[in-house]
Design a protein around this ligand. Sequence first.
Ligand code: GLU
Length: 392
Amino acid sequence: MNAGGKGLSQYRRIVIKIGSALLVDRGTGLKKAWLDAICDDIVALKTRGVDVLVVSSGAIALGRTVLKLPPGALKLEESQAAAAVGQIALARDWSESLSRQSIAAGQILLTLGDTEERRRYLNARATISQLLKLGAVPIINENDTVATTEIRYGDNDRLAARVATMMGADLLVLLSDIDGLYTAPPHLDPDARFLASIAEITPEIEAMAGGAASELSRGGMRTKIDAGKIATGAGCAMIIASGKTDHPLKAIENGARHSWFAPSATPVTARKTWIAGQLQAAGELHIDAGARTALASGKSLLPAGVRHVIGQFSRGDTVSIIGVEGREIARGLAGYDAEEARRITGRKSAEIEAILGYAGRAAMIHRDDLVMTDATRKSGTSENRKKDSAHA
Ligand code: GLU
């Protein structure tokens, strides 16, 4: 029963979600020793080649301590104010703790639209990817100061699952005060059994997740199972483990009890299935034979290989890629708006900056955003345009 039979360093990219109660003490504020210990665990994973992203709760909990707000439920404006005060402290604490080992922290505050709208999703993903490339640890939270009831994730369990799928992570670790999933709430039912490994989130599993959340956090087992459905459905395994000890990640590796949820597919397959299957194309990119060969061998589509562009589309919309025979051979998410795509058609990637006036992406469609489709599939047309507001 150890991380699904794998040590954590066998995962490529891990999102770690940390609940407020682990980081913040009601009376004294931030638990510095605990934070330092988990930062040591994170650095140890990074040293072993794993990309680590953190979704850290605690802004509201810290802010309410600083502002001395009374216990109990907060009004929306109070929690927004608490988050504004708490997030500054939270980010500084993460940054200071990681910098002890010369690792930079990068703060990312997301609102719901940043993962649900394709263009903003691509932007957020690009920024987070860049942080990882530069060796920094993204410290992510919901932007609670501007989120209102209608436009919020509301809990960081599901936010973390969204981040995991967006970033193609292969493991999501939810650390809280619960060490895993039980058949019934263990504090109420002496017969409750612990579940170490969950192959699939069935309706029975969902029924086991009661409702209750602790006072400091918004999530309970319910939101953890919701997160599990999002993550595992996109090919990302999930672990629920207790963060109550120092060094909770090291503890998981040393066999501390946790529940492991099996992934149902690989992230790439899930993403590509989404691209291939869900949308009608907003436009067409007609490509030459050389580009076709490049795509077939898994490369990105560069502007040089595009002969002409049909339709009106925005960056992030799905476009159909048409081969010299006039049939669709692939689909992908446009890296440029139609207007920009036309201007760089047939040109070398190095010329993009001179043509557009800014240094854009080298690829017209990045290979991660591209999927080969079979030749018999009907090509999408510009008339059939459907705006992409779908989920990741
Ligand atoms: N975003 C909230 C905060 O940082 C926490 C949400 C949650 O507990 O799930 O305070």
